[in-house]
Design a protein around this ligand. Sequence first.
Ligand code: NDP
Length: 332
Amino acid sequence: MSGNYSRIVLASRPRGAVTPDNFRMESVPVPELREGEVLVRNRYLSLDPYMRGRMSASKSYAASQALDETMIGATAGEVVDSRHPRFAPGDAVTGMLGWAEMGVADGAHLRKVDAASAPLSAYLGVLGMPGVTAWYGLNQIILPKPGDTVVVSAASGAVGGVVGQLARLNGCRAVGIAGGPEKCAYVVDELGFDACVDYKLGKVAEDLAVATPDGIDGLFENVGGEVFDAALARMNAFGRIALCGMISGYGGKPVPINNIGSVLVNRLSMRGFIITEHMEVWPQALEELADLVASGQLKYRETIAEGLAAAPEAFIGLLQGRNFGKQLVRMA
Ligand code: NDP
């Protein structure tokens, strides 16, 4: 196939907050396919907090995003042309084709998905990396027991929303922490959490104490900073903490933690994890999540920006909490 497509590259590394001029949109020719490769038209791009880490040059668990290269990102789309035996034009696939309208991938790095049983976009959220992240942190680190209280921050988001619903299905009291009354109402009324604390009211410690009268047995931490500190102070003896993300500190100075002594006093287990290092659990997790979505027991919400050019603003919005559920970009 000949012609050009649009992509967005990293133009410069952010100093502090991400700005639109950290990105550049450009038109590039569609490459020729080599043996084993597949050409995909991307319909959805996933925007995720980890991208902020990749934009910076500091040491992390993964290499930095290269300047002037297509921004990293998960995509869902359809095969246009294939020189790989497992894929044919029209197949729905997910991959890591980045902030681009099209892309070429080694077929070994694409996943065929069933666009008839769930919307294509769901494979980037509840039936993709964020869903598996929730499943892993809860089932492999928090190890929920009926009657436990499980707290999750960024509770209305792609990961957090799944954590609380899975905790409820395990017979736990699920308590969310989220920003603003609209997000909190959604977490309780739509997702079925037992309670949600609006940290933007400025008294997260007091409100969390009311929402967790029996303390916290499992904490799924997505935010860090003050919110994490408040939850640490409510932990019960032998509680478990899945340290998944610390979005409040991305791109800035991490907020100091005062209540770290709770780990010792309460003999807590705390484990950080990176979900792409646990590929062995993905098939089981995805199967369970798909069953729960199909049976209506697992709900999700998306915020969709229209057109690739909208990706930078949508990403900046994600880092400021302007998204409400899984942040995606739709491409024509
Ligand atoms: P979300 O869909 O939850 O979107 C991010 C949310 O974070 C925002 O909507 C906002 O919600 C909240 N937020 C943003 N800035 C702040 C802030 N300064 N203080 C408090 N909250 C803030 O994103 P995901 O579900 O994709 O990711 C959630 C977390 O999980 C992130 O920390 C991410 O890095 C982490 N993650 C980790 C993985 C791993 O392998 N360890 C894999 C996937 C995600 P609100 O308005 O409620 O504040």
